[in-house]
Write a protein that binds this ligand. Structure first.
Ligand code: PMP
Ligand code: GLN
Length: 378
């Protein structure tokens, strides 16, 4: 058959997790925690399942859960969001991204993404006939040259996808970035898709720059979030999307035929769990500790870290160890040294290879220690 996505194979996360499993390697490749999620949250979900809350949820999501999300957003970012008209519960952020692009990007529209970029953006854009315009972050600090970006914007620019904290670089937008963004596109008809799945994972005294904090951008923005990342439950695939009423209305037109609605008992459990902000307020500290354990564990190795400011990823330069392509190096690291990582080149359309790989540190202390021991031996 003729393929709608001719350039697309199996995602690197599937490939590397399979390779890690085949070789019994420690999987620091695909981003997911290896520690337990909250027992109380599981009990809540199980409770609702046993009580018979097992039929379709409302299309936009459980009203109580949307209410609790609005309270959370108000507490975190000081913004009032209308739970009925501005919040939609999704099957993870992946569906939020896909549905937003499907609802808002027309064939021939241009969508700007920042590379290295999370892998789902480009295929989603192209499946709906959009044209991806990639803009490379400045390696090795992965900052954005906003004056250069201005040149990429054209009459056809329909959307810009931003992601802070960023996967895979671990970089975060600073207030100056948000101000530059606002100056560049605030008030235009360009839609911003803001991927904020790592909103709580921000380190070293910085604050998360949610697009929701910026009145000059918020009216043209769709923001996506993931309970999988926030509550260590990536396998549950529940998240949400926040957008002004006109964009939410378009989003839901697609959402209702994409998934219709999302897992009912999980939504009830999350609604109860969200009542206590302590369940997410300590996450920055929790993951700073994990990042630092990993950094300590690789100290004395020949991997050079490019300090992560957020997300649960740490980039490392391996050029002191080898000159081989990063894809080959990751394969060998998994097979011969028992640690799986993700090569950075796969996040670039150009396959640009800076001899940098991505490690996930959302792991138990002993996993990080053991991985560090192996990495020090290379
Ligand atoms: N965006 C980014 C930047 C991610 O790293 C991920 C993945 N984990 C997602 C979106 C998808 O999130 P979810 O698992 O909720 O679909
Ligand atoms: N977001 C996760 C990562 O970057 C993986 C998600 C996936 O496997 N699709 O590793």
């Amino acid at each position: 058959v003729s393929s709608k996505l001719p350039g697309v194979g199996t995602t690197i996360f599937t490939v590397m997790s399979a390779l890690a499993q085949e070789h019994g390697a420690i999987n620091l490749a695909q981003g997911f925690p290896d520690f337990a999620s909250s027992q109380r949250l599981s009990e809540l979900v199980a409770h609702y399942m046993r009580q018979g809350y097992n039929q379709y949820a409302p299309m936009a999501g459980l009203p109580l859960l949307r209410q609790r999300i609005a309270e959370k957003i108000d507490g975190l970012y000081g913004v009032k969001i209308d739970p009925d008209q501005e919040i939609t519960i999704t099957a993870g952020a992946t569906q939020g991204i896909f549905t937003a692009i499907g609802a808002l990007v027309n064939p021939g529209d241009e969508v700007i993404i920042f590379e290295p970029a999370y892998d789902s953006y480009r295929p989603s854009i192209e499946l709906f006939g959009g044209i991806t315009k990639s803009f490379e972050l400045n390696a090795p600090d992965y900052s954005i040259d906003w004056n250069q970006l201005r040149r990429l914007i054209s009459m056809k620019t329909r959307m810009i996808i931003i992601n802070t904290p960023q996967n895979p670089t671990g970089k975060i937008f600073k207030p100056a970035d948000m101000q530059a963004l606002e100056k560049l596109v605030g008030g235009t008809d360009i839609i911003l898709l803001s991927d904020e799945v790592y909103e709580h994972l921000v380190y070293d005294g910085h604050e998360h720059e949610s697009i929701l904090r910026y009145p000059g951008l918020r009216n043209q923005a769709v923001a996506v979030y993931s309970f999988g990342k926030t509550f260590h439950t990536t396998g549950w695939k529940v998240g949400y999307c926040i957008a002004p009423p006109n964009l939410t209305a378009e989003f839901r037109k697609v959402h209702q035929f994409n998934v219709f609605s999302v897992n009912t008992p999980v939504q009830y459990g999350l609604a109860d769990f969200l009542e206590d902000p302590h369940e997410y307020l300590g996450l920055g500290t929790f993951f700073t500790h994990k990042r630092d354990i990993f950094l300590d564990a690789i100290e004395g190795s020949r991997f050079r870290p490019l300090l992560s400011e957020g997300s649960y990823f740490q980039l490392c330069d391996y050029s002191e160890i080898s000159t081989e392509p990063d894809v080959d190096f990751c394969r060998r690291l998994t097979q011969d040294y028992g640690v799986a990582a993700i090569p950075l080149s796969v996040f670039y359309h150009s396959k640009r290879d800076d001899k940098i790989i991505r490690f996930c540190f959302a792991k138990k202390e002993e996993t990080l220690e053991l991985a560090g021991k192996r990495l020090r031996e290379i």
